[in-house]
Write a protein that binds this ligand. Structure first.
Ligand SMILES: Nc1ncnc2c1ncn2[C@@H]1O[C@H](COP(=O)(O)OP(=O)(O)OP(=O)(O)O)[C@@H](O)[C@H]1O
Ligand SMILES: [Mg+2]
Length: 337
């Protein structure tokens, strides 16, 4: 009987955990609420519920910023809480498979490894899988035998664009554009056009309902603070304003995809052309992004069936299929001596 194993995708907004033997992915907001500077008050979805509503003495934050760990202590606390919840506080020694972004420093990558080791979750071994490789596996691509696979992961804080071949990464770039930037742009546009201040959650709601609204030919109804009267109001915002606003954010993603494609060796580019690119990450679902990428690059766009879970699903394949074990590596074996 092999040791239990966990596959963890530490996303900036969502933590996803696969537990061996289960056929679902645990998903929670990667957020922590601290009261009076040092007392754990809430975590996960509960902390998120309080976000933008809590009194001054409760500080709510994301321990990851731009895809890397910004607050190691809080992140360790969260990992311990989530694994504790999954095991009903009966944590057994287990193997951990974690995903790390490629386009960061080795120190930043190692921080993920050290975090798990020191989180008090009885990690027997910590194995690392590059996030884009896990994404590919999670989208059912046989990354080990495929040549020229373009993966675009549009997350909360970041978009990572990678070219994979034969189980490795040929090139990868990360930019600080993702769902949060889309929300911020929507807020700024509504403030400018309507003198209306709305919260981040309201902006996210508009972003997520955009496709439905457009299908129905309806406007977005928002509640916020009128900056002239200082009073709470309800307003109807035409989806055209949101489209124009988002297009500017989308353009920076398209531009980077083009840069990566220009630098891709021709044989791999030919493979990418034949298969099309693979689009994933929660924010890839925003209306208009897939069409814009397809139109601007001339490539087919394959969108993940489960964009939020694709990295964790890939980690699950590494855990369950010996054929894919070789894409995982250990920092312990990378030789610190
Ligand atoms: N249906 C949807 N339509 C549009 N956007 C969505 C939808 N569902 C989720 N999102 C957005 O996806 C983002 C979260 O995606 P994801 O969980 O992949 O990010 P993350 O892994 O936490 O972040 P990162 O990879 O940048 O560290 C949020 O910005 C959220 O608003
Ligand atoms: Mg992510």
């Amino acid at each position: 009987m092999s040791a239990p194993a966990y596959g963890i995708d530490l996303g900036t907004s969502n933590i996803k955990i696969y537990e061996s033997g289960k056929d679902h992915i645990f998903l929670a907001k990667n957020m922590i609420a601290i009261k009076n500077k040092n007392t754990l008050f809430a975590y996960g979805d509960e902390a998120y519920e309080m976000y933008e509503k809590a009194p001054m003495n409760i500080h709510i934050s994301y321990p990851l910023t731009n895809g890397v760990i910004a607050d190691i202590n809080h992140m360790q606390t969260l990992v311990k809480c989530f694994i504790g919840d999954l095991t009903h506080d009966n944590i057994h020694p287990a193997d951990y498979y974690i995903s790390v972004p490629h386009d960061v420093t080795e120190v930043e990558q190692r921080a993920f490894n050290d975090l798990i080791k020191n989180a008090g979750v009885k990690a027997k071994k910590v194995m690392v899988v590059e996030k884009a490789i896990a994404d590919g596996l999670g989208m059912d691509i046989d990354v080990k035998n495929s040549q020229g696979v373009l993966v675009v992961d549009v997350g909360f804080n970041t978009t990572e664009i990678s070219v994979l071949s034969l189980g490795g990464i040929v090139s990868s770039r990360m930019i600080k554009v993702g769902g949060l930037k889309f929300d911020d742009a929507i807020r700024a546009a509504i403030r400018k056009e309507y003198n209306l201040m709305i919260g981040g959650k309201s902006a996210e709601k508009i972003k997520m309902s955009l496709r439905n609204l457009e299908d129905q030919g309806a406007s977005a109804v928002v509640y916020g603070l009128d900056l002239v009267s200082g009073l709470p109001v309800e307003r109807e915002i035409p989806t055209e304003l949101i489209d124009i606003t988002l297009k500017e954010c989308f353009d920076s993603i398209v531009d980077l995809i083009k840069v990566i494609l220009e630098r891709t060796p021709p044989e791999l580019a030919a493979d990418i052309y034949r298969k099309g690119m693979y689009l994933t990450g929660g924010a890839c679902q925003v209306a208009g992004l897939d069409e814009l990428i397809a139109d601007s690059t001339g490539l087919n766009v394959n969108t993940a069936a489960n964009p939020i879970g694709s990295v964790a699903l890939g980690l699950a394949r590494v855990i369950n299929d010996d054929n894919f074990k070789s894409v995982a590596y250990s920092f312990a074996n990378k030789g610190e001596a």
